[in-house]
Design a protein around this ligand. Sequence first.
Ligand code: ARG
Ligand code: ZN
Length: 523
Amino acid sequence: MGHRSRVRTLAVVAAGALMASLLTGGGAAAASPPTPGGPGAGDPYYPSYGNSGYDVQAYDLGIRYNPGSGLLHGRARILARATKDLSDFHLDLVGFTVRSVTVDGTAATWTRDPHELVVHPAAALPREHRFAVVVRYDGVPEPFRDPRSGKPVGGFLRTPDGGIAVGEPEVAAQWFPVDDHPKDKATYRITLTVPRQFEALSNGLSAPRTVRGNWATTTWRLRDPAASYLAFVAIGHFTVHRWRTADGLPVIDAIDSGITGSLRRRIESSLARQGDIIAAESSWFGPYPFEAAGAVIDQVDVGFALENQTRPTYVSTFWGNPDRPTRGDDVVVHELAHQWFGDSVALRRWQDIWLNEGFATYAEWLWYEREHSFTPQEIFDHNYDLNTADAPLWTVRVGDPGPDRQFDKAVYLRGAMTLQALRVAVGSADFFRILRTWAHDRRNGHGTTPQFIALAERISGKSLGSLFDAWLFTTTKPPRPAVTSVQRTGATTATGTARTAQVEAAMDRWTAGLQERVSENAR
Ligand code: ARG
Ligand code: ZN
C-alpha cells in the first residue's frame, strides 16, 4: 500500500474510532487499533536514542567475537512489556546484518533505518503484554565517530589485541539491539565467546568459563538493572585479578597485558585502594549499591574513563605521569562514586548530567580532604577565584548544557561547586543527609534535577530555588557563598602562609588533572 493511501486509511480509521468513542462516551468500548511504537525516547538532546511503546526488563546477550577478523555474531533475547497496543516497535541498532527476528517465538519481519531496527511482529502486542524478542545479527561492529572531528569516541573500538565497547551516550546500539536510553533500565546476562587465548570481561560476576575446542565462553550477570550505556564488554589479553575488599565485596580487576613496568605498578597501587575508596564513599553516601566492583584498564585511544556498572573502564594514560602519583587515584574515586550517582540513581533525561558528573567530582574533593586535609571549600575557593567573571566556566548552564557541552569541564567543576554551595547553605549534616537519602530512596531507579532540589528543600526546610538557579541555570558567575573560617579549612588544620602555598599547589594539581581528563570530552 502506498504511503498516502495508508495515511488516509489510518485517518479514516482514527476518525471512526473517535466517532465511536464520542457516541459511547469513550472508555473501553472504543478499541483503537494498535499503532507503531516511536523511534525515540523523547529526549531532546538525542531524539533518535531510545524508543517508545514498550519497556525492557531483561537483556540476554550471546556474543561471539573473533579479534582476528573483527567479526561479531550476536543473539539478543530481549524481554519487554508493551506500554500501549503495539503494531510495530523500534530497537536501536547501528550497523550489522540482521539475520532473523522472532517475537514470542514467531518469525517477524523487520526494516532498517540508520540507527534503528524496526520490528513488525506477526500479531499486534496488546498493552501490558510481556513479550520476548530474539534478534540474530552479525557483522564487524563500528565505533561511534564524533560527527565533527570524525574521531572514534565510543561504540565498539578495536584495540591492538581485541576490542572494547565503551562510550557515553553512544555505545550500546553499536553492539546489540537495545532501547538505548538510561530511562529504560534492565538486567543483563552477557555470554561472551572468544578464541580461548583471549579474556572476555563484562559487568557483574561471572560463572567459571567453559572451553570447547578453540573457543572459551564466559557468562556475566548483573544482579541489578542498568542503563544501557553502562553495559560493556572488553576482549583481549588481560591479567585478571579477583579479590575481595575488607568488607567482603568481590572485586575483579583486569589490566591489559601490554601494560608493564612502573606504569603497571602505579595502576595496581591505585586499584588496590578500591576497598578503601568504596569504604570512604560508603561512609559519605550510604552502602555501596552493587554486588561487585573492579576495573578494566585497556589500551584504547579514548581520553575518558567510564563508570560501567560494577566495573569502570580506564585508559592507562591516567597513570601516565609519574610526577602526579595521586592522579590515578582521583579518577578511580570519580568512577566509583558514579556507582551511586549515575548508575544506581540514573538519569531520566540527559540534560541532568550534572547529577552524575558534579557528584562524582565532589567525591574527589571529599577524597582530597581525607588524603591531604584540603577541604572542599578550599578547592571551591581556588576554582572560584581562578575563574573570573568572564571565564568560560560561567557561560555553561550546567543544569541544561546542551548535547554539545554535555561533558564540558563546567558540568564537572561548576556541578561540584553547586554541591559545595548547597553544603554551605544547609550545613554539613543536612548536606550528607540529602546525598544519602537521594542514593537510598532512588537506588536502582532514576532522579531529575527538580527532584533533587525538592529533596534538598524538604530535608533542609529551606527555600533553595534561587541558589540552584544561580549555580545551574545562569550564564553569569554566581555570588560567593558566605562561609565561616571553620567551614573553609576545617577545625583541625594549620593556617598561615605556608599552608596557603601548599593549598595552592595541591589545588593547581587537582585542577590541572581535571582539565586533562575533560579535554578529550569536547565534541
Ligand atoms: N562519564 C565519563 C566520566 O566519568 C565521561 C564520559 C565522556 N564521554 C564522552 N563521550 N566524552 O567522566
Ligand atoms: Zn564522570
